[in-house]
Design a protein around this ligand. Structure first.
Ligand SMILES: [Zn+2]
Length: 231
């Protein structure tokens, strides 16, 4: 296109190559507004949570552990459920001071956001110098702190932040068969409904800390996690 300039030229501007692309980019960003995401959110008026009951022998009364979750970026592709705070209630007063301190510190870590799963290992590896105890079901807890860690682990698995290592159906079936066979071979079957879910003479498993290891045909097998050693 040719344009005849009949007036006197009094000024000019050099056309920049990126003039139009900049305008296009601006228009584009207007069109698809970015989703604002952040992890610093004011606490909503209500939060959904779960309460777990534990009955550690080192405390006189049961303890109720409540973990509340917050939903981040709701209704977007980045929606996620994160733990937000933890409370522990009990009639027992003997552990009151440090339990309160622990819940505050754990809640603070939760609110910081990011990966909070490391807490589980930290708490679960606390050993009580007085020795730990066996929970119902034969699982060994090295301390009360470790049991609180186990509850947090259970919760993080429930909301999908930690993978739960589900045993395959085949493994479950094989373990059930082994167990039936073992119990049948033990003439002194005890039906006194003890708190243990596993045979009374089962020994401790080094892998899952459960009193569930039985020995059959020279092989030690854990009925809880399936860990097996022959020799
Ligand atoms: Zn095991």
């Amino acid at each position: 296109m040719t344009v005849k300039i009949s007036n006197k030229i009094v000024g000019y501007r050099v056309k920049k190559a990126d003039d139009t692309t900049e305008q296009q980019a601006a228009a584009q960003s207007q069109a698809d507004k970015p989703i604002q995401m952040n992890e610093n959110i004011e606490r909503p008026d209500f939060l959904l949570g779960t309460t777990y009951k534990i009955k550690p022998p080192v405390a006189e009364h049961a303890m109720y552990i409540t973990i509340n979750d917050i939903i981040l970026n709701e209704d977007t592709d980045h929606e996620s459920r994160q733990p937000y705070e933890v409370f522990i209630n009990s009639k027992s007063m003997e552990h009151f001071q440090w339990v309160i301190a622990l819940t505050r510190v754990v809640s603070a870590v939760f609110r910081k956001g990011g990966d909070v799963t490391f807490l589980v290992e930290e708490l679960r590896s606390v050993y009580d110098p007085n020795g730990g105890y066996f929970k119902k079901g034969g699982v060994f807890m090295p301390s009360l702190v470790a049991e609180i860690g186990a509850v947090i682990e259970k919760h993080l698995k429930a909301i999908g932040l930690l993978e739960s290592e589900e045993m395959s159906e085949t493994t479950k079936r094989i373990l059930a068969e082994k167990r039936a066979e073992f119990e049948a071979s033990q003439k002194t079957a005890t039906n006194d409904d003890t708190s243990n879910d596993y045979p009374a003479n089962a020994t401790m498993c080094g892998k899952c800390s459960t009193k569930a290891v039985i020995v059959m045909d020279g092989c030690a097998t854990c009925l809880a996690c399936g860990d097996s050693k022959c020799g």
